[in-house]
Design a protein around this ligand. Structure first.
Ligand code: HEM
Length: 485
């Protein structure tokens, strides 16, 4: 095999990479140490900001195989023909911790899937839970501040978490999932994924439907107790996934949709666009649509997983947003975060670049690559850079891709959610009631362990919410709090 010669980043061969140039063996370094300066200067710039949430994660490539044509519901190119395959990249994550925090936190897990379709990338940036703590995006930064570390001690602080929750009863359903036996997944391979939000899909006749995405784990759900989680190495879930894929034990998820017509949604007994609520399966049954498998690890964690940018605004023709206010805010937040975190041309990086032609009039910016191999054929070259123009071969919009318009309701300007008039308790109670007796007790003990650190006022308000979900739920927490005294 031909010996590779070490070079500078500009390609010039290097004679010695062990010694800096000095004025004599013990003298000071000289100014012609450009190789040393290049090495140190690049090293100083190796880090980019970590994600403000979901900083700790693991990514892998795979395939989505459609088992049933969805032409009657959507024109999305990857949902048309039974057996059709689409490449995907999936990143799992915890939410609150930093880049090197434990994989085994009691925390929701991110489940972000990028489908590389023929008509652009569709990103489903979901979690391992079907609901979320909030239904209004205005609360998101406050929520995240309260759940991350205490600003003074830089330590986790359960009192602050519960103080936020005591002021937000809409979190009760998600708290019940998080503090339950399902709160610490044993690995990335043993948990479900959910799109969580309600999304729109629309067919070639312009008919729209509302859907929720579910990814049911084929490996079976496995979770850990706090005690088990504490004994495991922090990066165990990453190791588990990487090693399973290397062994060719490819993890899979059965992909299902709940589908409602617009008319069904109008009379649905729960607000179908409230992210704190699930759609009862008996009213909107899960429909099998395919299977997702992961079959290839990344070659370079930083280039692929760290620089991956998932954006809920990455829709494709046939898929659109819904009136879910959380989703709507997310349509702006992610691309904004990514311009800061990765750079304005992040969509040109191989992991993010579409696997289909892209033609637009955005130009320049840091790292605008002419010969980017991932965007082969997509170099902006000398193409016209303004629109409209008189060049017959230049890219132009096509009205046939317009999603059906969303009618505004008469009370469009009224804030739809009020803490006092929404039922945030019923579904949390339903979930509590299907748990085993031992599971209920463990749930109460886990909640009491954190709640006991909060003020009495916070404890009382929280007990009031648990009581509204199920009086037994509140009683068990009361008992667990007493036992801790
Ligand atoms: C208004 C509400 C929300 C806001 C403003 C928000 C904001 C963000 C931001 C800024 C990031 C970092 C993006 C990056 O740097 O690449 C992020 C990551 C993420 N968010 Fe959210 N988020 C919200 C709600 C949600 C919800 C409801 C879910 C799940 C249902 C979710 C799932 C995720 C996931 C999975 C990631 C990590 C994506 C990856 O692996 O790169 N977020 N979020």
């Amino acid at each position: 095999m031909e010996n590779k010669i070490l070079t500078t980043s500009a390609g010039a061969p290097i004679a010695d990479d062990n010694s800096s140039i000095s004025a004599g063996p013990d003298g000071p370094l000289t100014f012609d140490n450009f190789q040393l300066f290049e090495k140190l200067a690049h090293f100083n710039r190796e880090r980019i900001p970590e994600r403000v949430v979901h900083a700790r994660g693991t990514g892998a490539y795979g395939t989505f195989t459609l088992s049933r044509s969805l032409t009657e519901y959507t024109r999305a190119s990857f949902l048309q023909t039974e057996g059709q395959q689409t490449d995907v990249f999936l990143r799992f994550s915890t939410v609150g911790g930093g880049q090197d925090s434990s994989d085994y936190a009691r925390d929701p897990r991110g489940f972000a899937v990028k489908f590389y379709t023929r008509e652009g990338n569709f990103d489903l940036v979901g979690n391992n839970t079907p609901v979320f703590f909030l239904n209004d995006p205005l609360k998101f930064p406050d929520f995240v501040h309260s759940q991350k570390k205490n600003p003074k001690t830089n330590l986790p602080d359960a009192a602050r978490m519960y103080e936020f929750w005591a002021n937000h009863p809409q979190s009760l359903h998600q708290i019940t999932i998080l503090m339950s036996d399902r709160g610490i997944p044993a690995s990335w391979r043993h948990m479900n994924g959910y799109g969580s939000h309600t999304y729109g899909i629309w067919n070639s006749s312009g008919e729209r439907f509302w859907v929720k995405w579910h990814f049911k784990c084929d490996q079976g759900i496995r979770c850990l107790s706090d005690e088990e989680a504490a004994t495991l190495p922090p990066f165990g879930a990453q190791q588990d996934l990487v090693e399973a894929i290397e062994r060719k034990e490819f993890p899979g998820w059965s992909v299902k949709l709940q589908i409602l017509s617009e008319d069904e949604a109008k009379v649905f007994p729960v607000n179908p666009f409230d992210l704190t609520k699930v759609w009862p399966h008996e009213l909107a049954p899960l429909q099998d649509i395919g299977r997702l498998t992961l079959n290839r690890n990344v070659d370079n964690y930083f280039e692929e997983t760290e620089q991956a940018t998932f954006a809920p605004s990455n829709f494709v023709p046939g898929i659109c947003a819904s009136p879910d206010k959380m989703l709507q805010a997310r349509l702006l937040a992610y691309q904004d975060a990514q311009r800061y975190r990765v750079g304005v041309n992040h969509n040109r990086l191989p992991v993010n670049a579409p696997r289909c032609p892209m033609h637009h009039y955005q130009r320049d910016g840091a790292m605008a690559a002419m010969n980017d191999p991932a965007a082969a054929g997509n170099s902006q070259g000398s193409n016209v850079n303004f629109f409209p123009n008189d060049h017959s071969d230049s890219p132009r919009p096509d009205t046939s891709y317009a999603p059906p318009p969303l009618p505004l309701l008469e009370n469009a300007w009224v804030k739809p959610y009020h803490q006092d008039d929404e039922d945030y308790y019923h579904q949390a109670g339903d979930l509590y009631r299907i748990m085993s007796d031992a599971g209920k007790t463990r749930l109460a003990q886990t909640i009491a362990a954190g709640l006991s650190q909060a003020t009495l006022s916070v404890q009382e308000r929280m007990l009031g919410y648990f009581d509204k979900a199920d009086s037994d739920y509140a009683d068990r927490i009361r008992m667990a709090l007493i036992a801790l005294k």
